[in-house]
Ligand binder design. Sequence first.
Ligand SMILES: Nc1nc2c(c(=O)[nH]1)N[C@H]1C(S)=C(S)[C@@H](COP(=O)(O)O)O[C@H]1N2
Ligand SMILES: [Mo]
Length: 200
Amino acid sequence: MVFSFLRKPGLPPEIEARRPPGQALTEKWPVLHYGGVPKILRNKWSLRLFGLIDGEPMGLNWDDLMALPQTTTTEDIHCVTRWSRLDMSFEGVLFSEIMSLVKVRPQATHAMIHAENSFTTNLSLEDLLRPGVMFAHKADGQDLPADHGGPVRLVVPHLYFWKSAKWVRGVEFMDRDRAGFWESYGYHMRGDPWVEERYS
Ligand SMILES: Nc1nc2c(c(=O)[nH]1)N[C@H]1C(S)=C(S)[C@@H](COP(=O)(O)O)O[C@H]1N2
Ligand SMILES: [Mo]
C-alpha cells in the first residue's frame, strides 16, 4: 500500500471509510505487549487444542501447521491505543481449519486463546470462525518477527488488536465467555472497533 496520502491533509474518502472512529492511520507497525518477548524456536513451538472436545487434547507442532492449507489475507488492523494500519498481508492457517482437526462439542460457544507468559484473550467461536481469522506465521511477506508474535500469532482483524494473541500456544474451547488478561482489567469482552468497544 502507498501511504503518501498520510502526509497530506485530509484522507481520500475510500480511505476515510476504512478508519474506525477515534483511530489514526499509521505507516509503521508499532510493537505492543505486556512483559518480555519470548524467544521460541520453530522446532520447539506447539499449539494445544483442549477443553470441550471429544477425546484427548490435540497438539500441533510447526511441521503439522505447515502441512495444513495455507491462506494469505490482506487486512486492516486496529489497536485500542488508537492506531490503525491498512492493507497488512498475513499468511498462515485459518482458525476454521485448525478447529476442524478436533471434534468440538456442540455446547462450546467461546474459546480462550492461551499464549506465552500466561497471556490469554477470550473470543466467541462466531468471531473466530470469520474468514480472515488465522494463525499467522508471516506478515507483509516476511516470517513473523519475534516482537510481533513469531513464530505464530493469532490474527483477528475485525476486532481490536489485543485479541490477536502473539506467541499463541493453546485454544481452550468453553461453554461460556470468560475474561482473558486485558478483559479482566476492564477491556471489552468483544472489542469491535467500529462501535468503539474499548472498555466495559
Ligand atoms: N501474548 C501476547 N499477545 C498480545 C499482547 C500481549 O501482551 N501478549 N498484547 C496485545 C495487544 S494489547 C496488542 S495491541 C497487539 C500488538 O501486536 P503488535 O505488537 O504486533 O502490533 O498484540 C496483542 N497480543
Ligand atoms: Mo493493545
